[in-house]
Design a protein around this ligand. Structure first.
Ligand SMILES: Nc1ncnc2c1ncn2[C@@H]1O[C@H](COP(=O)(O)OP(=O)(O)OP(=O)(O)O)[C@@H](O)[C@H]1O
Length: 254
């Protein structure tokens, strides 16, 4: 679903993010972790061809599209349907004067799905993210952060996404709501076979959803591999520090 080779993003004469190799298959989740400014979000955005004001080199293939050389049109097609980006606070990105159902129907209509088929698709998608379909009658300000986050995932599902790229999907949420979103992410990965690329500084979250982790520091990958291995036997001193800084990680089943 995602194949990255020698991705390098340069700005202001320095490398702000580089990922030599990353392979993400259907039904799997890879998390990019590391301190603030380590280049995680830039790598995520570069994967979907969304980096602006910086030079991007290398090869990135998402759902068969060569992102770095694709036309704007091909990129729009990719991002509109097969690969969705879910940002930290999706509420802010939702049109405030439109009910969620209208928003979803309009998005589906742009993909030629209308009427009863669109209603059925919308209901099915919100149910898949464990939301009550009644949420479709609400306006963005009438739903919680966790519901908005799950709605963003439902929208991606309704449009037929195979890949979801999510930037800090739970950091704006309180702990109980975080658990709901994590449960939904796992479900999408396991039951729908979605490929998830996550950016998160939350190693507890990462340990419960990610199959593989990529640890970044100062724009470079310092370590990567299966989550259970990297978090229990970190090879790099920086990863060791990251793990040591999260006491509750020890309680999480890896
Ligand atoms: N277009 C750009 N031009 C110049 N510098 C940039 C650009 N985009 C990002 N940067 C810088 O690159 C570095 C990496 O940023 P990035 O947002 O990828 O880090 P991050 O690991 O996601 O951090 P955070 O967890 O705080 O979001 C930062 O120092 C940022 O200021």
């Amino acid at each position: 679903m995602i194949e990255i080779r020698d991705l390098v993003v340069r700005a202001g004469g320095r490398v702000i993010s580089s990922v030599p190799e990353l392979d993400l298959a259907a039904g799997r989740c890879t998390a990019l972790v590391g301190e603030s400014g380590s280049g995680k979000t830039t790598a995520l955005l570069a994967t979907l061809g969304l980096v602006e004001g910086a030079e991007v080199t290398g090869r990135v293939t998402v759902c068969g599209t060569e992102v770095l050389t694709a036309s704007e049109r091909a990129l729009r097609d990719l991002r509109g349907a097969k690969a969705a980006l879910v940002m930290q606070s999706p509420q802010a990105a939702l049109n405030p004067v439109m009910r969620l159902g209208t928003l979803m129907r309009r998005a589906l209509a742009r993909h030629g799905v209308k009427g009863a088929a669109a209603r059925a698709r919308a209901h099915e998608a919100v149910s898949a993210v464990l939301l009550d379909p009644a949420v479709l009658r609400r306006y963005p300000h009438q739903v919680s952060g966790g519901q908005a986050q799950r709605f963003a995932l439902a929208l991606a599902l309704a449009l037929g996404a195979d890949v979801i790229a999510a930037d800090e999907p739970t950091s704006a949420l309180d702990v109980t709501v975080q658990a709901e979103v994590v449960a939904v992410l796992r479900r999408l990965r396991d039951e729908r076979g979605l490929a998830l690329l996550l950016v998160s500084h939350d190693l507890a979250l990462v340990s419960t959803v990610a199959d593989d982790v990529v640890v970044m520091k100062d724009g470079r990958v310092v370590e990567s591999g299966p989550t259970a291995r990297v978090l229990t036997e970190p090879a790099h001193p920086y990863t060791r520090d990251l793990v040591a800084a999260v006491p509750r990680l020890k309680e999480v089943e890896l």
